[in-house]
Design a protein around this ligand. Structure first.
Ligand code: GAF
Length: 389
């Protein structure tokens, strides 16, 4: 997307010049799904599909937002309006939450005038590629830079998560916001969501590339069973705590879970815990496999992640299963799995570059035959986190 075009769209809408342009990436996750709110590890990366924002200051205290994807109208609210938006303009909650929480901080009074914001996404919304965190982090970095706030990127990620929890109603973990704002070109982030320690690992895939496959089935996680999964894991943890001194499922391995499984007297909760624990261990092993250049092992662990998300966590569904299972059967594929919350959204596959075209053709055809509509395929680069461009 071209900066001049974005500035000229801003001018068409607001009738004056915008002053600054920002970009906030979406994310993929190599492995480590539904582990973040369980105090486990994740391995995401920021991608070149994302959301652009053109900023311009105002003299009054109004915030005027315009989405170039929805094509209007301009949505207006006052800087100090911290009410949750329930109607058509639900998407403005991502901005309202960040503005509200940043204004509540010690130097929040530095946000002393309103602004116009034109946004344009290259990231399909509801695609499991974290468009909501991209919006939150876009607003966070814009406010940090324009009003010279003394807030760290990690704090912004936490306020994004709080926005998600309180304004949007999704009890999500920190992975998406962290990946969007802490992303690093050509690297994935190995993050321990318990200690918040992290390390950048270069994504060394040699002759292989990551292909993003969208189901084109929009998932609205707030209405989905996402919050049920969070609650089920919480109940399993509580039961384990009767015999184990732990704060999160991410602190134990499969052997320990097995030994103490008699404490979880519920089949569903045991399955959810088994996923959270095994996925965390897989993520640690997968990161090591990549460091050791053992791409075949990395691929198998990625496949195993999907299997566990299917059987134990039950968040896949026909669309995601069709993409992953068809991908596994194609030539030159190391691994494939769903990413994000599930119930729709996207999957990834690691595919030999020379087989990529054939791969998209075959998987696209199978998806059309089985699901009845088109899947979309994206090649994205791994990029830096949210920033001014
Ligand atoms: C969604 C959530 F927002 C993340 O916090 C994470 O739990 C993910 O689903 C599943 O790994 O994207």
């Amino acid at each position: 997307m071209n900066k001049q075009e974005l500035l000229s769209s801003y001018k068409d809408i607001f009738g004056q010049d915008g002053t600054d342009v920002f970009f906030s990436p979406g994310r993929i996750n190599v492995i480590g799904e539904h582990t973040d709110y369980n105090g486990g590890h994740v391995f995401p990366a920021a991608i070149s599909l994302g959301i652009y924002g053109v900023y311009g200051p105002r003299e009054d205290n109004q915030v005027n937002l315009y989405s170039g994807n929805i094509d209007g109208p301009i949505v207006e609210f006052a800087l100090d309006d911290s009410s949750v938006e329930k109607g058509n303009h639900f998407w403005t909650n991502y901005f309202k939450g960040m503005i509200t929480y940043l204004r509540q901080r010690e130097d929040g009074n530095k946000i002393n005038h309103g602004f116009n914001l034109y946004i344009k996404a290259t990231l399909p919304s509801g695609s499991g590629l974290s468009s909501s965190a991209a919006l939150e982090m876009l607003m966070g970095i814009i406010l940090k830079e324009e009003f010279e706030l003394d807030v760290t990127r990690l704090e912004l990620a936490r306020l994004g998560q709080k926005t998600e929890n309180e304004f949007v109603g999704l009890n999500s973990g920190i992975m998406d916001q962290f990946a969007c704002i802490m992303g690093k070109k050509d690297s994935a982030i190995f993050l321990d969501c318990n200690s918040m320690e992290y390390e950048y690992k270069p994504l060394k895939l040699g002759d292989y590339e990551i292909i993003i496959m969208s189901t084109n089935k929009e998932h609205t996680l707030a209405d989905s069973a996402y919050n049920d999964r969070v609650a089920e894991c919480g109940r399993a943890l509580k039961k384990l705590q009767q015999g184990l001194d732990i704060k999160a499922l991410g602190e134990i391995d499969e052997d320990t879970l097995d030994e103490y499984s008699y404490l979880i007297n519920d089949e569903v909760e045991l399955k959810r815990a088994r996923h959270a624990v095994s996925e965390n261990q897989r993520t640690i092993r997968a990161t090591k496999a990549m460091e050791d250049n053992d791409l075949e092992k990395l691929g198998r662990l990625i496949n195993a992640s999907h299997v566990s998300l299917h059987y134990d966590y039950e968040v896949t569904g026909q669309e995601l299963d069709t993409l992953a299972e068809t991908a596994w059967r194609q030539a030159g594929v190391l691994g494939a799995r769903m990413i994000g919350g599930g119930f729709g959204g996207s999957a990834i596959a690691i595919v030999k570059k020379s087989e990529a075209d054939k791969f998209k053709e075959n998987v696209g055809q199978a998806y059309r035959d089985i699901v009845g509509y088109e899947a979309s395929f994206y090649d994205a680069e791994i990029v830096d986190g949210t920033k001014r461009i």
